[in-house]
Design a protein around this ligand. Sequence first.
Ligand SMILES: NC(=O)c1ccc[n+]([C@@H]2O[C@H](COP(=O)([O-])OP(=O)(O)OC[C@H]3O[C@@H](n4cnc5c(N)ncnc54)[C@H](O)[C@@H]3O)[C@@H](O)[C@H]2O)c1
Length: 295
Amino acid sequence: MANARQSASHGANHNGSSSGHRMAGKNAIITGAAGGIGLETTILFLREGASVLMCDISEPALERAVAIAKKAAPHMVGKVETAQCDVSKEAHVKAVCEQLDSWGGLDVMFNNAGIMHGDDADAVDTPEKIWDLTQAINVKGVWYGSKHAILSLRRHSKTCGSIINTASIVALVGSATPQLAYTASKGAVLAMTRELAIVHAREGYRFNALCPAPLNTPLLQDWLGDDKEKRLRREIHFPMGRFGEAIEQAQGVLFLASDESSFINGQDFVIDGGLTRAYVTADGPGPEAPKNLGR
Ligand SMILES: NC(=O)c1ccc[n+]([C@@H]2O[C@H](COP(=O)([O-])OP(=O)(O)OC[C@H]3O[C@@H](n4cnc5c(N)ncnc54)[C@H](O)[C@@H]3O)[C@@H](O)[C@H]2O)c1
């Protein structure tokens, strides 16, 4: 699978962007690639020699994102293209997987697109249509992505492949700020990923679930605003005293996608700064967060 495209050298280059070949020759599909974790992962994959098909439901957002990705990975040796794709529609997912046939088939599928709807609430107040929409994107989307990744890997007689499905720590720990449909959907992603990992292990296809803790997004920062109490109520659960950054998730995805993780399969890959391991956290300021690449 990984082949000749290994011309990029390791190390920092003149504009500070590093380039390498941890993903040399690999073809990857990333869903939800227009922002957040998907965009940061696109940039890292490109910097490490992969070719990436960026997929998202929003075409204008994809156009903005691909321009950012190209700028942040100026020495890329692979290709980068975009495709509008609603992951809840099987025909869309099939089409993007088949689009990679002309590249030699996919090696990596990052099923990352997901929604957390504003009307998602508790058992009493969650509207049925929000429940159904959430499961259609977050669960069926991951099923379709996994299914068509497997079919592509088989079509191209690949002997290894890595599929990474984005779940969330809300599938592992409870929260008193309810979002029942979202939580249920991410629990389904964990269970589905585990089973896929076991079923396809002898074909060489690995499946792992990414479990991010809440990230520092502009939406979150706007919502927290200057409300110190609201902010503290959440930040106190993080041993490092801060939310995660998308780039910190993307670094984990890069590892899971590369051959470096060849014996990691069926895992709930938790990137949460220790949140799910914590009871009482320390006082005082914590270490600074790394900067995202696609800012
Ligand atoms: N941000 C967080 O705090 C956090 C925490 C845990 C898990 N996650 C999960 O991480 C994943 C990425 O989230 P994020 O916060 O980086 O990104 P985001 O919310 O910035 O981006 C998600 C992307 O998915 C796209 N999308 C939405 N519906 C789609 C559909 N039907 N088909 C294709 N694309 C669609 C959106 O247009 C968007 O670009 C999601 O699965 C999310 O649930 C996020």
